[in-house]
Design a protein around this ligand. Structure first.
Ligand SMILES: NC(=O)c1ccc[n+]([C@@H]2O[C@H](COP(=O)([O-])OP(=O)(O)OC[C@H]3O[C@@H](n4cnc5c(N)ncnc54)[C@H](OP(=O)(O)O)[C@@H]3O)[C@@H](O)[C@H]2O)c1
Length: 342
């Protein structure tokens, strides 16, 4: 196993290490790269990975990171990492029109939490902004972050939903994410916009993610709810790398890809493992239901290989991060939610 991760600097470096697949995809770039919605949990390290890759290959192009920057500190950090930032509320049509031109976009804009309080804003961010962006960049290639929440809960023994399966969103957030996909698909059909729809579930990055959610409950001796008994997860660095590599697969109609790890992971087993590592007895609430929100990522593994970071490695890193009192975003995934309410 690799050395443990002991600082945020080290974590950010690992989450932004470009893979050969990223270097190859970015060699094919024919414009600056725009990353929309860069100010969230994943955007900063994805943008840094792209900037590092462009430097490594001696590319003439620039990475632009675009967001409202609700957290201004992220802007300074991105600039220090070689990413040119533009503050923009993408709900503002005139502001979208004024953005730099580009033929290559990574679209990470989204709203999940707060949907219960203001579902209309979630729908605007998840379906109206896609329309503005698809109109503005109609000749571009766009990798669109989507989510495994577009699928229904499926039997845990079934191995996860595949890309061609029927969608079955639950609740406003998941429905609006289907809307995000449909709006991009509509523009792809109408204007020739080349897209890849990346249905991600559960990126893991120590500061947040399902593993941290479980580990912290065990650490503070709170019971772990096993009603949603299984989940999928992927190291955020691997998800970032697949997103950038997907630039080479954008197509009309959109190319659709589940992106997550290969395992159907047991919540109970992972909690017990954290209990062993912490030497803390674990307690549980609920009983496992026969269905869970699961994606089958065989297609992405056929395309890109298995993720570079394994589940045991992520568990070891998460356990030591929690033990050493690492910093957390305090943005729980709410992976336990079975009703689609966030
Ligand atoms: N992380 C995961 O495990 C996961 C799983 C499934 C799907 N996804 C999807 O993948 C994408 C990226 O993930 P993430 O975890 O980084 O998401 P995130 O933390 O929600 O980040 C998305 C960012 O979009 C920006 N944004 C929202 N409204 C905007 C607006 N009107 N104008 C400009 N920027 C706006 C926000 O940054 P500002 O406040 O700076 O504007 C926000 O932080 C999201 O769309 C998410 O739905 C993520």
């Amino acid at each position: 196993m690799d050395m443990l991760i002991t600082s945020e600097e080290d974590l950010d470096l690992r989450l932004s290490e470009p893979t050969p697949g990223v270097l190859a995809a970015l060699r094919g770039l024919d414009s600056d790269l725009l990353i929309l919605g860069v100010g969230g949990k994943m955007g900063p390290t994805l943008a840094r990975m792209a900037a590092r890759a462009l430097r490594d290959i001696g590319s003439p192009y620039t990475v632009y990171g675009i967001s409202r920057f609700s957290q201004p500190v992220q802007r300074e950090q991105l600039e220090a990492w070689g990413v040119q930032t533009v503050a923009c509320d993408l709900l503002d049509r005139r502001a979208v029109a004024a953005l730099p031109d580009s033929l290559n976009l990574i679209y990470m804009v989204g709203q999940k939490f707060g949907t219960g309080a203001d579902p209309a804003l979630t729908w605007a961010i998840n379906t109206y902004v896609p329309a503005l962006v698809a109109e503005r960049y109609s000749s571009a290639r766009v990798v669109v972050f989507s989510t495994g929440n577009v699928y229904p809960l499926t039997p845990v023994v079934a191995g996860g939903s595949q890309e061609g399966d029927d969608l079955g969103p639950q609740g406003d957030y998941a429905h609006s994410c289907v809307g995000r996909e449909r709006v991009f698909t509509y523009f792809s059909q109408r204007t020739g916009l080349r897209c890849a729809l990346m249905r991600l579930n559960y990126a893991i990055a120590l500061r947040y993610g399902v593993l941290v959610d479980i580990a912290r409950r065990v650490w503070v001796r709170e019971p772990v709810d096993v009603t949603m008994g299984a989940f999928n997860a992927i190291w955020q660095g691997d998800a970032n790398a697949q997103a950038l590599a997907l630039l080479s697969h954008c197509a009309v109609p959109p190319f659709v890809l589940n992106v997550t790890g290969p395992e159907t992971i047991s919540v109970r087993r992972v909690a017990e493992r954290f209990g062993e590592l912490f030497n803390i007895p674990v307690t549980f609430t609920g009983i496992e239901t026969p269905t869970a929100l699961l994606s089958n990522a065989a297609k992405s593994q056929y395309l890109f290989g298995y993720p570079g970071i394994t589940l045991p490695q992520m568990i070891a890193w998460t356990a030591s991060w929690v033990q050493q009192g690492g910093s957390f975003l305090d943005k729980p995934t709410h992976f336990e939610a079975r009703d689609g309410k966030y």
